[in-house]
Write a protein that binds this ligand. Structure first.
Ligand code: NAP
Length: 296
């Protein structure tokens, strides 16, 4: 008898360079699951119809990336507490009755990469989070749950950071300051959750914000070390890494939600990083990948 092959996909726009199909097919192979995982270019305007069509086609689960995470929250019939807090969904599960359950695995993926893969404890640390877009929305709660001593949020458009901090005010006090005023204030962890790296750009980072032992972490990743990863190394960070580990970890959470089985991630992260080395150099820290552009 033929095994049933369950259908999954990632929706986003642009989507050509998404690594999610590679990651999920590898998870499926290693856990003995029969899945097909498509990559589909879907704009915001097309999203609701595309989801309906996917469910009618028998699809079992979706990943949603830029610019669809807030729309994915809106189309969900039920959502996890962390998705409700973020008001954004990156993983949809099609339930047996056809209803959509929305989750947000970005923050848990980041925290797992930091704490398990990079062995960084966040408890009692001073954290600077740069950016107030969809990614920051998803990672704020899981970061705060690690009980840092201080979480300072900043953004090019400060009003967006203030709005985001206000949304989390019942959970924790999040300080908001313009980046330029932080000169000389050292942080143990600096997270770049802006999309600046996608255009080889950098936020305007002041001097003196890298404390001894600091980890600089760019949520973005690319075929070259991102501008932020390079800045971190120049500024004296102990380590400066890109977001490939987060990408694999958030995918593992989605896979577990869909298939009920937890895939191993270390081998997949190494596999992706080695693919990068094969295409012209790189390091664990910079996490080079061929033909990747930061979308997932
Ligand atoms: P988004 O919602 O479009 O938000 C973009 C953010 O970047 C805003 O805060 C924006 O500031 C800021 N920004 C853009 N260009 C900038 C520049 N030149 N200088 C300073 N700030 C700039 O994007 P997102 O969904 O939050 O994604 C942010 C990044 O995280 C992307 O690189 C994405 O690929 C990455 N990401 C990675 C993973 C992973 O698994 N590794 C998961 C999620 C996201 P304004 O408000 O002033 O416009």
């Amino acid at each position: 008898m033929m095994a049933t092959i369950d259908l999954y996909a990632v929706f986003g726009y642009p989507i050509d360079h998404s690594l999610s199909p590679d990651i999920h097919v590898r998870f499926a192979t290693e856990t003995g699951q029969s899945i097909r995982y498509d990559r589909r270019a879907v704009t915001l305007d097309e999203f609701a119809d595309a989801v309906t069509g996917f469910v009618e086609q028998g699809g079992k689960g979706l990943n949603c990336t830029v610019p669809l995470k807030e729309a994915a929250y809106t189309v969900s019939d039920h959502t996890s507490p962390r998705a409700q807090r973020a008001r954004a969904v990156n993983t949809l599960l099609v339930c047996p009755d056809g209803q959509l359950y929305g989750d947000n695995t970005d923050g848990s993926g980041l925290v797992r990469d930091l704490t398990l893969n990079l062995s960084v404890s966040l408890s009692g640390k001073n954290i600077l989070l740069i950016g107030a877009g969809g990614a920051s929305r998803g990672i704020l709660l899981p970061l705060l749950e690690q009980q840092p001593a201080r979480l300072l949020l900043t953004n090019r458009t400060l009003a967006r950071a203030e709005q985001l901090a206000a949304e989390f005010a019942d959970f924790a006090c999040i300080e908001v300051q313009p980046l330029a005023t932080l000169r000389g204030t050292g942080f143990d962890l600096i997270l770049n959750a802006t999309s600046a790296s996608l255009s080889s750009d950098l936020p305007e980072l002041p001097e003196g914000i890298v404390a001894p032992g600091c980890l600089c972490y760019d949520l973005a990743y690319g075929s070259q070390p991102t501008a932020f990863v390079e800045w971190g190394l120049r500024a004296g960070a102990d380590k400066s890494v890109d977001g490939i580990g987060m990408l694999v970890e958030q995918a593992a959470d989605a896979f577990e939600l869909w298939r009920g089985i937890r895939p191993q991630t270390a081998g997949v992260i190494t596999w992706l990083r080695n693919r990068g080395r094969g295409s012209g150099g790189g390091s664990w820290e910079s996490g080079l990948l061929p033909a990747a552009n930061g979308h997932f």
